[in-house]
Design a protein around this ligand. Structure first.
Ligand code: 13P
Length: 248
């Protein structure tokens, strides 16, 4: 079964609302490609203007974070139903920056995955190892454990609509990319893990992205691999280069 390619930008904490609208205009023609799902995952304050700015284009909007409760006394937080109502379709969950800087653990990440599905959002679940784990050679077990914990209680039908992003932490924002073979090795292992946890059709359906210093120069080779169905792009998603990745 052919999986549809998904190229998502993770804007992180960049772009004010007016800058976000300007970037949408700059990228509008460059990201045209009806064969690919194109997603901008943007800061919360940019969601409303970006949803408006991409109306009538092929771009889908994603968010970068939310809290697991639907509403109530959670000062400063945003809920999944709020994102859904604003026009958000995708939600990044378990990014290494949220795990490492904001202390999110796999228990919370698992709750977020389940809540996102309940609210009708499609999670982009991130996993990946540190440089120390890569050097120790235990990265596969680590990632397998992340996936197993993060998807506990998630159904096969839900996983068919899940996107998993393999993001080796040592390759994020460092300019150092995993080689296409290194990325494929892990993405294949993730698909095999899904087959073990669920079944073959679910593993065939789940889309797996690579993320970590993906750019216009290395995207085509990474995306040529059998188990790499797309990219989650940080730095290069803020530039016209993003259009080259979409069309790689
Ligand atoms: P860079 O593309 O800037 O390395 O960031 C990758 C990333 O963290 C995407 O979520």
């Amino acid at each position: 079964m052919a999986r549809r390619r998904i190229i998502a930008g993770n804007w992180k904490m960049n772009k004010t609302p007016s800058e976000a609208v300007a970037l949408c205009a700059e990228l509008k023609d460059l990201v045209k490609n009806d064969a690919v799902d194109v997603v901008y995952c943007v800061p919360a304050i940019d969601i409303v203007p970006v949803v408006e700015a991409v109306k009538g284009t092929n771009v889908h909007v994603g968010a970068e974070n939310f809290y697991i409760e639907d509403k109530g006394a959670f000062t400063g937080e945003i809920s999944a139903p709020m994102l859904k109502d604003a026009g958000v379709e995708y939600i990044i969950i378990g990014h290494s920056e949220r795990r490492d800087i904001f202390g999110e653990n796999d228990v919370l990440i698992n709750q977020k995955v389940k809540k996102a599905f309940e609210a009708g959002l499609k999670p982009i679940l991130c996993c990946g190892e540190s440089l120390a784990l890569r050097k120790a050679g235990t990265y596969q077990e680590w990632i397998k454990r992340q996936i197993t914990w993060d998807l506990s209680g998630v159904t096969a039908d839900q996983v068919k609509n899940l996107v998993i992003a393999y993001e080796p932490i040592w390759a994020i924002g460092t300019g150092e990319t995993a080689t296409a073979d290194q990325a494929e090795e892990v993405c294949k292992m993730i698909r095999e893990t899904i087959a073990e946890m669920y079944d073959a059709p679910t593993a065939e359906a789940v889309r797996i992205q690579y993320g970590g210093s993906m750019n216009a120069g290395n995207a085509a080779e990474l995306l040529s691999k059998a188990d790499i169905d797309g990219g989650l792009i940080g730095g290069a998603s803020l530039k016209p280069d993003f259009g080259k990745i979409v069309n790689a």
